[in-house]
Design a protein around this ligand. Structure first.
Ligand code: NAD
Length: 428
């Protein structure tokens, strides 16, 4: 279970929620409604005939946290260590992430306890299609709950699931899963880089406010060179004019104060499996601890949780931290960094590009009308900019020295959910 400053992930999310409710002056009942339990928890038993002829039973969950704003939305995680509590925490975060980004969605999250790397392709298809999609079919749908990939799941799995659901419905239902492959309804090249693009847009906009002059020439260090780290921390930030000086992956990384040649680093990573094998004049190897403490303007943690903690917060030199990963900063570290004037762009805002892209894909699916890459990216950027501006306005109203950007983002999210619940009536 993830920890943020010694508490569980769920406790930490609920603490931030409590604080947001106080800061926004909302009634205490809002906490009761949005804390726990979620509106619905579905547990499914998934028997799969394995290649050795035996039946193996997997446990799956779908947590539907709150749907005041619209259908539940959130990914499906395939991982051996998933727990129901973690799934509840992730579904809860999705409620706030979707609300914050102005999407007409509530929060949901699904999980199956499985080490997918140990399954054959046929077993994985059977688990995804026959098991998860069929078992959950009565509880999901384009107007009810729209899953997407998360850790351990991908567009191929979404394609199997949308196919299975469509067979049950008796007609094609593209809008029930998002992040489908490019060839299927609304699948779009933007999907691949949407989260990273969002990270870069948030960094660019924050840099304008923080430094006036903008992002050109600002130095960047990136922890994690996967989907989010490569596209967000590196590719798009470089395209926007920043200078990426350090990148790492699970093995460690490379640093060149004069800037890295990203195309070359990527080629080495693709060929050899790690950026560590990149070698060029002026470049030296660094560890995953060092990358966080380099003398740079912008730090993008895009790998793991809890990497910025009270033990290293005082050594961090970046003035702007952009959370590509989920939960990379502990609550203790955030306090220290906030008191030093460091801006932390929180995960539920900075890494929301993927879910916003999912929203666009769903809108396309509902109308069977599809946009090209440029139009889709422009629409994505407009939504991200709108969220950025709302969060910054809220932060400035609440007082930037007393309140963190994360707290301001939560107030912004709760405000939408609270007002929707209030005007709909029934609860408040
Ligand atoms: P990924 O698997 O593509 O990449 C992860 C990267 O982290 C890899 O380069 C890996 O080598 C590196 N890594 C692993 N262990 C490390 C360590 N100890 N130190 C440094 N680097 C290490 O994953 P991703 O999709 O890029 O996701 C990264 C983070 O972003 C996760 O927290 C994920 O939850 C979050 N996130 C991803 C998306 C998305 O759309 N992909 C959306 C929102 C949030």
């Amino acid at each position: 279970m993830s920890l943020r400053g010694g508490t569980t992930f769920l406790e930490s999310v609920l603490q931030t929620l409590k604080r947001a409710i106080e800061l926004g002056g909302y009634p205490q009942e809002v906490y009761e409604i949005l804390s726990r339990p979620p509106q619905r928890i579905i547990t499914v038993n998934i028997p799969v005939r394995m290649d050795n002829g035996k039946i193996q039973v997997f446990t799956g969950y779908r947590v539907q946290h709150n749907n005041a704003l619209g259908p539940y939305k959130g990914g499906i995680r395939f991982h051996p260590e998933v727990t129901l509590e973690e799934d509840i925490a992730l579904a809860t975060v999705m409620t706030f992430k979707n609300a914050l980004n102005g999407l007409p969605y509530g929060g949901g999250k699904g999980a199956v306890a499985v080490d997918y790397k140990k399954l054959s392709k046929r077993e994985l298809e059977e688990l995804s299609r026959g098991g998860y999609a069929r078992a959950l079919a009565p509880f999901i749908g384009p107007e009810v709950d729209i899953p997407a990939p998360d850790v351990g799941t991908d567009p191929q799995i979404m394609a199997w699931m949308v196919d299975e659901y469509s067979k049950i419905a008796g007609h094609n239902v593209p809008g029930v899963f998002t992040a489908k492959p490019v060839v299927l309804w609304g699948g779009n090249p933007v999907r691949e880089y949407s989260t990273g693009f969002g990270v870069a847009v948030w960094a660019r906009e924050a840099a304008k406010k923080l430094w006036g002059g903008g992002i050109e020439g600002k130095t960047v260090a990136v922890q994690g060179f996967g989907n989010v780290g490569y596209w967000g921390g590196a590719y798009w930030l470089e395209k926007m004019g920043a200078k990426v000086v350090a990148v790492t992956d699970s093995k460690g990384g490379v640093y060149n104060p004069n800037g890295l040649n990203l195309a070359e680093v990527k080629a080495v990573k693709d060929k050899t499996g790690t950026v560590m094998n990149y070698d060029a004049p002026g470049t030296r190897k660094i560890t995953n601890d060092e990358v966080l403490e380099l003398p740079v303007d912008i730090l993008v943690p895009a790998a793991l949780e809890n990497v910025i903690h009270k033990g290293n917060a005082n050594n961090i030199k970046a003035k702007l931290i952009v959370e590509g990963a989920n939960g990379p900063t502990t609550a203790d570290a955030e306090k220290i960094l906030h008191s030093k004037g460091v801006w932390i762009l929180p995960d539920l805002a900075a890494n929301a590009g993927g879910v916003v892209m999912s929203y666009l894909e769903w809108v396309e699916d509902l109308q069977w009308y599809f946009w090209d890459e440029e139009e889709t990216r422009n629409r994505l950027e407009r939504i991200l900019l709108d969220t950025f501006n709302r969060v910054m306005n809220r932060w400035s109203k609440l007082g930037t020295s007393q309140v963190t950007i994360r707290e301001a983002a939560y107030v912004e999210a709760v405000d939408r959910i609270y007002n929707a619940m209030k005007v709909r009536g029934g609860w408040i």
